[in-house]
Design a binder for this molecule. Structure first.
Ligand SMILES: Cc1ncc(COP(=O)(O)O)c(C=O)c1O
Length: 391
């Protein structure tokens, strides 16, 4: 019998069931407080724009240092609303990494701008400053588009290389916009995600590090002008009295019930963040040569929305790990420039790092309720699976 099969037999008695994300354990912990919060909403009956929305926005402002937080119906809306607020046209180029979730590109296109795909760094998986500069130069040389915005993505929780990106943006006159959907809780240079760029959007999708019990998200802005514009777009483009439409807008509001849930989750978030960091440290110490973990940057703390490694023979390794009861996920099987919807924007020659990562990335179980023994077991199984599939 091989090592993976042995581990499969031992798993239940050694570590029990391993969840990829364990929302049940978390719910058990906060259930009573969440119920109380939900009953409060039922009692006051303000299902839209209830007091919990303002309470959540103010708490998020306090936690992240953002000038203003605008709670939204989803992470996607939290990107679309401020992207619309920038007032872009199809002549405006928005530089985005191609190794991300499709919502990043959708937000750019829905806001009426043109995405320009940029390659990522093979170690950190985030937008590569060198390729960003190359793509800006190419757009300028081509002369058809106006370089307008760089939209970073803090992939898997790791804040992008903001010092390098900000330098390029300042020289080239670009606005910086952060897709921080995966990085709430991350930090760089003592600044929390939410305040690392003039505009950031995060997701509170249930599986995210801070997740609601349904769709939810938030936009973080650093100026009064942008706050006003985003609040207006979120509420059908109306003026402050919510009477006349003064611009094109949408219904991007967060439900009061979701804000109520998020308020209770926020109470335990930073404790959970420490637990995520402990799991990440166990993984980093015990992966051995089996896989290469996502890298990082100086003075930067990963929020560990996910823990993702690069591994050879990824699909076979994943299958073997599954047989031993270790759930994993692949984010992302395909870079955006290779997807039908965005094929018109695919750069000539492709984006080699994005394409390679799509074949190699593997996300391991990551949640605050994973035990040390479970994390060690995941590493053991990963090592055995890599050995076995290399034969
Ligand atoms: C990088 C990125 N951007 C945007 C989104 C969209 O967030 P939501 O699913 O809350 O709309 C996600 C969600 O998975 C994401 O990972």
């Amino acid at each position: 019998m091989n090592a993976v099969s042995n581990l499969a037999l031992e798993r239940e008695s050694r570590v029990g069931t391993i969840a990829f994300i364990d929302l049940k354990a978390q719910q058990k912990r906060i259930r009573q407080r969440v119920e109380k919060r939900l009953i409060d909403v039922l009692d006051h009956g303000r299902y839209i724009a209830g007091p919990e929305i303002t309470e959540l926005e103010e708490k998020l402002q306090e936690k992240t240092g953002a000038y203003k937080v605008i709670a939204c119906a989803s992470g996607t809306d939290a990107l679309i609303i401020p992207m619309m607020g920038l007032g872009l046209s199809a002549q405006d180029a928005v530089f985005i990494p191609a190794f991300t979730y499709n919502a990043t590109a959708n937000a750019v296109l829905i806001a009426g701008a043109t995405p320009v795909f940029v390659d990522v760094d093979p170690d950190t998986f985030n937008i590569c400053p060198v390729d960003l500069q190359a793509k800006i130069d190419a757009v300028k040389a081509d002369g058809k588009l106006n370089p307008a915005v760089v939209c970073t993505v803090d992939l898997f929780g790791l804040p992008a290389d903001y010092p390098a990106i900000n330098k390029i943006a300042a020289t080239e006159g670009l606005k910086v916009f952060a897709d921080a959907a995966q990085s709430f809780g991350g930090k760089q240079d003592d600044t929390w995600v939410g305040s690392l760029a003039p505009v950031s959007g995060t997701s509170f999708f249930p599986g995210k590090a801070l997740g609601a019990y349904g769709d939810a998200g938030a936009t973080f802005v650093q100026s009064e002008d942008m706050a006003e514009v985003c609040e207006s777009i979120r509420w059908h483009g109306t003026d402050a009295q919510r009477r006349e439409s003064v611009r094109v807008g949408m219904n991007g509001r967060l439900d009061t019930f979701q804000a109520a849930v998020l308020l209770e989750k926020l109470e335990i978030f930073y404790e959970e963040l420490d637990a995520r960091k402990n799991i990440a440290a166990i993984y980093a110490e015990n992966l051995g040569d089996a896989a290469r973990a996502q890298g990082g940057y100086a003075r930067t703390e990963n929020g560990f929305g996910y823990y993702t490694v690069r591994v050879e023979n990824r699909d076979a390794v994943r299958e073997a790990m599954g047989t031993a009861g270790v759930p994993t996920a692949v984010y992302y099987q395909q870079p955006l420039h290779q997807m039908q919807a965005f094929a018109n924007y695919a750069p000539q020659g492709g984006l080699p790092n994005c394409e390679k990562l799509a074949d190699q990335v593997l996300s391991l179980p990551m949640h605050p309720y994973l035990s040390k023994d479970q994390a060690l077991f995941v590493c053991e199984v990963l090592q055995a699976a890599v050995k076995e599939t290399a034969k």
